[in-house]
Ligand binder design. Structure first.
Ligand code: BGP
Length: 488
């Protein structure tokens, strides 16, 4: 029988983000970012998402930045800033074709609105990209991944302020121009739909209570859409080879029952999720959103040219994170079991198992969602996050036997293979947190996704030394066999 293999140019890789991985928060002239205010909280119950979606006020931001006592793990991440050569050598050993990272905006413009970029910050990424090139690893770069310069929050009130479009576009033009010969694939905003659940994380919005209004959130999203399109336009004019993608936290919703009202509810949840990709891939606001805005008193402030800018500059490809599916029910069921998930808690699906954090594992859902998105948009897709957050144990002889993680990734690779056979155009796959890093949602270190282990704990104790897990060797074999080893 013929081996099941992925296309030769399939981009096998791993993903990270500066805010959780890079560290060096005060090195090389970097300014503080929104992620630096995320304090570590000792988890009482792993299935309860902590303060990721909590609102932040100006006072809380200033208090966090002046707090000498608390632990803020995203400030040190996994110390990639000082260890990038070692990390990249490990990626080369694994055989990665691509490595996803983000540029910390505040490393380039420390206050967000500086007149000139910080040369030391630019040189850091030059060195990283050069190191990747040495091994023929293609960078995949996110321009904004939960690490907005704090000045944008404090002095502008975040993305609801239209002035932020120009600040972001200036930053993006600076780095795209500088790295155009080193970086071909760019993503503008990580999980752009996160603005719907966390105004602070997604849009650097400030609020004393949870009073980010729908108006504020959608206005901020609109500004991000316009900024993303302007960046796409600029990149294409600069160099037609550059590929710009949007990035969505994909939530595949299943109706809880065949009751048409549950099916309708699933459609509504899908609209909530796909609203962002509808705008960015199709270049215009969908009709269902206009109805939602009208019924909820949302009145987006647009400049006369905004709609034309969106229409003329859709993205080249769609990328997304995929960790789980969700269940839709039109009436909250009294006796249904609940589970937690990425940003959202919801109803448990009795057909699925869960991770230690309650995220339901659904590899078939990835095939469904790939088909669904490709049917809808007919643009190349890229799975830029997927993986299992789990507690790992180091054995006495220094090994990490993470067969649970191998099993998770294996199932998802099998389903991606099926989706490609279904006709989906899939550019690549970057597993989340290829090297252990700080959790976005809970700021824990013990929620590990990596194939490379990092010696660090939830108390901030550890050497940052790296170790290869069993999954490291397994993924190496998968890449070397173009996926065939995922069917062994
Ligand atoms: C995505 C984010 C990542 C990431 C991942 C896992 O939503 O883009 O930054 O961390 O989820 O989430 P967590 O770290 O909370 O387990």
């Amino acid at each position: 029988m013929q081996a099941k293999q992925f296309p030769t140019d399939f981009l096998w890789g791993g993903a990270t983000a500066a805010n959780q991985f890079e560290g060096g928060w005060q090195d090389g002239g970097r300014g503080p970012a929104t992620s630096d205010t995320a304090v570590a909280i000792d988890p009482k119950d792993r299935k309860t998402a902590l303060d990721f979606t909590a609102p932040m006020s100006k006072e809380k931001v200033l208090a966090a930045l002046n707090d000498a006592e608390g632990r803020y793990p995203k400030r040190w991440g996994s110390d990639f800033y000082h260890r990038y050569k070692e990390d990249i050598a490990l990626y080369a050993e694994m055989g990665l074709k691509t490595f996803r990272l983000s540029i910390a905006w505040s490393r380039i413009f420390p206050n967000g609105d500086d007149a000139a970029p910080n040369e030391a910050g630019l040189q850091f990424y030059d060195a990283v990209f050069d190191e990747l090139r040495k091994y023929n690893i293609e960078p995949l770069v996110t321009l904004s991944h939960y690490e907005t310069p704090i000045g944008i929050a404090l002095n502008y009130g975040g993305w609801q302020n239209r002035a932020v479009i120009d600040l972001f576009v200036k930053y993006a033009k600076t780095v795209i121009t500088r790295y155009q010969d080193k970086v071909k694939y760019w993503l503008t905003f990580n999980e752009i739909n996160v603005i719907g659940v966390s105004g602070y994380v997604g849009g650097a919005l400030l609020s004393d209570d949870d009073a980010y209004t729908l108006q504020d959130r959608f206005q901020a999203a609109h500004h991000q859409f316009v900024a993303s399109s302007l960046v796409t336009q600029f990149a294409h004019e600069l160099n037609p080879d550059l590929k710009i993608g949007m990035m969505l936290a994909r939530m595949q919703a299943y109706p809880a029952t065949p009751n048409p009202l549950d099916v309708l509810q699933a459609l509504k949840l899908d609209h909530e999720n796909l609203f962002y990709s509808d705008v960015q891939v199709r270049g215009k606001y969908p009709a269902y959103a206009k109805r939602f805005f009208a019924e909820n008193g949302i009145n987006l402030q647009m400049a006369p040219s905004d709609e034309a800018i969106l229409a003329a500059n859709p993205v080249d490809f769609m990328s997304f994170s995929y960790y789980m599916s969700t269940v839709a029910r039109h009436e909250p069921g009294a006796n249904v079991e609940k589970t937690s998930g990425n940003f959202v808690n919801g109803e448990a699906n009795p057909y699925l198992e869960s991770s230690d954090w309650g995220w339901q594992i659904d590899s078939v859902g990835l095939r469904i969602t790939l088909n669904y998105l490709y049917d809808r948009y007919q643009v190349p897709l890229f799975v830029v996050e997927n993986g299992l957050g789990a507690l790992d144990t180091v054995t006495a002889d220094g090994q990490i036997h993470d067969e649970y993680r191998i099993d998770y990734v294996k199932q998802h690779i099998q389903q991606m293979y099926e989706a490609i056979q279904d006709g989906v155009e899939l550019l690549g796959y970057t597993t989340w947190g290829i090297t252990d890093l700080v959790s976005a949602g809970t700021s824990e270190f013990s929620k590990r996704y990596g194939f490379v282990y990092v010696d660090m704990d939830d108390q901030g104790q550890g050497t940052f030394d790296r170790r290869r897990k069993d999954s490291f060797y397994w993924y190496q074999h998968v890449i070397a066999t173009r996926g065939a080893a995922a069917f062994d």
